[in-house]
Write a protein that binds this ligand. Structure first.
Ligand SMILES: O=C(O)CCC(=O)C(=O)O
Length: 290
């Protein structure tokens, strides 16, 4: 006698089938929710579209706020890395494009002169010979018909929130092998330089080229290091920032209380191999009207 096989429906009954279907549905729903919140590594998820909104840690999207008269209607991101708090120094990778950097070098190339120094009381060109051996030139954004310096200047103003009108013209510098700038302060100490109309408050360096070896911007007193001992101002020590074309370095020479930050002492190590090009923008605490 043939035994008739029972159908699953008959075996488990309708409630069991319903339970199974519900289970599949909830597992599917849970997996979908999880995947849509987890950010996969770029190489797994493929190219992402750039969103104008910011995503906070709770996953909420934040759109732009209603802006004031002088503000923006969009969110902009300028990536940076805090390099140090003493001095306050920030690094901005890929601040300018390679093409922009090459154009600035081209603008400066034919105008280079030996770099000069602001002299302290009692110093002469002769007594300071060898302190700063680069060549350079000043170029203001208004002189640049390509508009590149204006774009860079505008971006510096946004990154620092220090108005463009407070910035001096760009000092474009070239260091050849062996050339350097011994450690110094950008801010003017009135007891050494006499009373000034305004103070150099912050400095923004845009590296226009890579350097094969040497040429780092150095901060020998970073975090108070080497400050107690008698430091040889020619020595290339402390925090060293390797120039990379298009990257920016910002540091503040003046503390929030208005005094000169003693740890903002800095210089350029000698170039050992290759050539270094950099554009410095000194930003003052008053509008720069000259
Ligand atoms: O070339 C550098 O890295 C430093 C330049 C500098 O110290 C300056 O322009 O004040």
């Amino acid at each position: 006698m043939k035994v008739k096989a029972k159908s699953p429906k008959a075996k488990f009954g309708l409630p069991a089938v319903f339970l199974l279907c519900s289970l599949f549905f909830f597992v599917g729903l849970f997996t979908f929710t999880l995947l849509s919140h987890v950010s996969f590594p770029q190489f797994l998820s493929g190219p992402r579209s750039v969103s104008r909104t910011l995503q906070s840690e709770d996953g909420e999207d934040h759109g732009p706020m209603p802006q004031g008269e002088t503000g923006d209607s969009f969110i902009q991101s300028i990536p940076f890395q805090v390099l140090s708090w003493k001095p306050r120094a920030l690094y901005f990778p890929r601040f300018a494009t390679a093409e922009q950097c090459e154009s600035v070098i081209e603008m400066a190339k034919t105008k280079l002169r030996p770099s000069a120094l602001a002299l302290r009381k009692g110093e002469t060109t002769e007594s300071t010979k060898g302190t700063r051996t680069s060549s350079g030139t000043f170029i203001s954004a208004s002189e640049d018909e390509t508009g590149i310096l204006e774009i860079i200047e505008e971006k510096i103003a946004r990154a620092t929130m220090l108005p463009r009108t407070h910035g001096e013209a760009f000092n474009v510098l070239r260091y050849e092998i062996g050339q350097k700038y011994d450690s110094h302060y950008d801010a003017f100490n009135p007891s050494e330089y006499g009373q000034q109309k305004s103070q150099r408050f912050a400095s923004f360096l845009l590296y226009l080229s890579d350097v094969e070896e040497g040429g780092e911007t150095m901060f020998p007193f970073e975090n108070g290091l080497h400050m107690g001992m008698s430091y040889d101002y020619k020595k290339c020590i402390g925090l060293k920032v390797m120039p990379r074309q298009g990257d920016g370095l910002l540091f503040y020479s003046v503390l929030p209380n208005g005094t000169i930050d003693q740890t903002s002492l800095h210089g350029s190590c000698p170039v050992i191999k290759g050539e270094k090009w950099v554009a410095t923008k000194w930003i003052r605490n008053q509008e720069d009207l000259e």
